[in-house]
Design a protein around this ligand. Sequence first.
Ligand code: DAH
Length: 349
Amino acid sequence: MLEQLEALEKEAILAVEQAADLKELNSLRVKYLGKKGPMTEIMKQMGKLSNEERPLVGAKANEVRTSISEKIQDKQTALEEAELRLQLENETIDVTLPGTKVTLGTTHLLSQVIRELEDMFIGMGYKIAEGPEVELDYYNFEALNLPKGHPARDMQDSFYITENTLLRTQTSPVQARTMEQHDFKNGPIKIICPGKVYRRDNDDATHSHQFTQIEGLVVGEKITFSDLKGTLTILAKRMFGEAREIRLRPSFFPFTEPSVEMDISCFACGGSGCRVCKGTGWIEILGAGMVHPRVLEMSGIDPSRYSGFAFGLGPERVAMLKYAVDDIRHLYTNDLRFTNQFAAKEMGE
Ligand code: DAH
């Protein structure tokens, strides 16, 4: 019986060594160590052995079983490793192959114009202020000298949410909010406020129910109309070229007195008259003026001591003029054929 066990061990080990894959190895495990295998057969016959022989055969049987199962375990590890290696080899990535091109987004033309203006004003010591788009009627109108029922409210058809809240129609409410909070111990007010505004207009080539504005406000001691004029001249030259001249025409805004509209000499023809300036040589750019004493007063600022100027311009208009965009809707419909044209003009990114 001892020889029988030894022969079995030899046979099993040889078979295990030659097993080609895990499946075959598993059937060898069943064949040699399984319940119906030769080991079980041998154990069954142990009862017929003499008392001297039994422990010897028993010990040998255990030794053979352990040896076979160890061999199987080793083989299993080896086969698994080989399988993994093969899998890794098959899955290797050729890093030298050309990749799929990932297209990068670009800064939208409108954002480019807004950032350019922000940079310019930050360079002149202004801070950027923000206010809510859902605004109180009080800040959007009343605090700007447009009491309820004022006819100038009609110029800005509004989206009302409740009787006292609306989507702001202009960025001017940020003026009132800023002035109300300001402490002149910290110096004069010098802010610009870029942001979205909303009006109940029907969308067409020059109107959009939502657009952007940039508001400017400077309030301090001895701020004069010349300061406004100087600032607007710098703005015009920086945005539309050093050769630009400005012209201020009397106008009306309830929150400024006097109020003006600023034109720049046409950058397309230099002033001789063309299609861009509709033959006049001048292009209207923005509204501005000296902050109305009542507006200062309503925000708790003493108009006998402090004065200021304000202006409001539309980045859409600047973008459309500068880049000859003929329909404001191009700025909002996000056709990539349009937006991608301005990728190269991006600054600093
Ligand atoms: N809020 C005005 C508008 O939407 C634009 C404006 C004009 C703003 C004159 C100002 C200003 O601050 O002084 O039509």
